[in-house]
Design a protein around this ligand. Structure first.
Ligand code: 5EF
Ligand code: ZN
Length: 263
């Protein structure tokens, strides 16, 4: 598709020009304001299967110019939703070295340092993520807020390779590891709403689950993510840093956000 960026020309205000859904309804992210929340006691804890990948498996780590993404095998899946949602990839959104506010979803206006998304597709109905991406029941994305605090060694299994994908379209193979260790310990407390991809083409095809509890990584780990990457190709000059790759909050339109926890 046509190129798009997070700021300046081709920035998010211009996305609807080439990607009409970006100007439509049910857009993500949104701000989880208290008055939008409704407690739903029937929301079950999220259950993930086969997330503990063996180190003999290899995954593709890539820089697609918009984020750093890790391919995931489709034998990983979420089993607690109405359909089986199989894993496709995970990626990150962040601010910059001195902007510790780079999450996409926010809580009463509070922005976290970053956010990780684990993208899954409805493998009961669609053969792969590309066929699912524009269907109303196509995708389920798990969102994890990232805060600066105690280091989390699991993220180093990914971040230690980031210098290998500094420039756009660079890809390397990395040893697989336990992806469950990237999620918070409690998967029973989360925000749930119907939304969209937060990047063009912004299809309103995502069942969002954003965990209430953030994960923490150290400032050193965060800087590895926030300062290592370029959105431009290796041969391009000048190079453009890949940072502040988060979309602004979208209008809730009269959407309700279900929560699995009581305040
Ligand atoms: N925040 S988000 O979860 O909405 C989201 C992204 F923020 C994002 F950057 C990407 S991407 O593939 O890295 C780049 C543009 O799609 C995807 N990629 C998804 C959507 C399209 C697609 C097709 C195949 C594999 C993954 C994806 C995404 F779902
Ligand atoms: Zn994302």
């Amino acid at each position: 598709g046509r190129k798009w960026t997070y700021n300046g020309l081709d920035g998010e205000h211009d996305w609807p020009t080439n990607y009409p859904f970006c100007g439509g309804a049910f857009q993500s992210p949104i701000d989880f304001q208290t008055h939008l929340l409704r407690y739903d006691p029937n929301l079950p804890p999220i259950q993930v299967q086969n997330y503990n990948l063996s180190t003999s498996e290899q995954l593709t780590l890539g820089n697609n110019g918009h984020s750093v993404q890790l391919s995931l095998p489709s034998h990983m899946y979420i089993s607690s939703l109405p359909h089986r949602y199989s894993a496709a990839q995970l990626h990150f959104h962040w601010g910059s070295s001195n902007l510790l506010t780079g999450s996409e979803h926010t809580v009463n206006g509070k922005q976290f340092a970053g956010e990780m998304h684990v993208v899954h597709f409805n493998s009961d109905k669609y053969p792969n993520v590309s066929m699912a991406v524009d269907k109303h029941d196509g995708l389920a994305v798990l969102g994890v807020f990232i805060e600066i605090g105690e280091a989390n060694p699991a993220f180093d299994k990914l971040f230690r390779f980031i210098s290998g994908v500094k420039y756009r379209d660079q890809k390397i193979q990395v040893p697989a590891f336990n992806i469950r260790a990237l999620l918070p310990d409690r998967l029973d407390q989360y925000y749930r709403y119907d939304g969209s991809l937060t990047t063009p083409p912004c299809y309103p095809s995502v069942l969002w689950t954003v965990f209430r509890k953030p994960v923490t990584i150290s400032r050193k780990q965060f800087l590895a993510l926030a300062t290592a990457l370029y959105a431009s190709f290796a041969q391009d000059s000048p190079s453009m840093p890949l940072h502040e790759n988060y979309r602004k909050s979208q209008l809730p339109d009269n959407r309700v956000v279900l929560v699995s926890f009581r305040e």
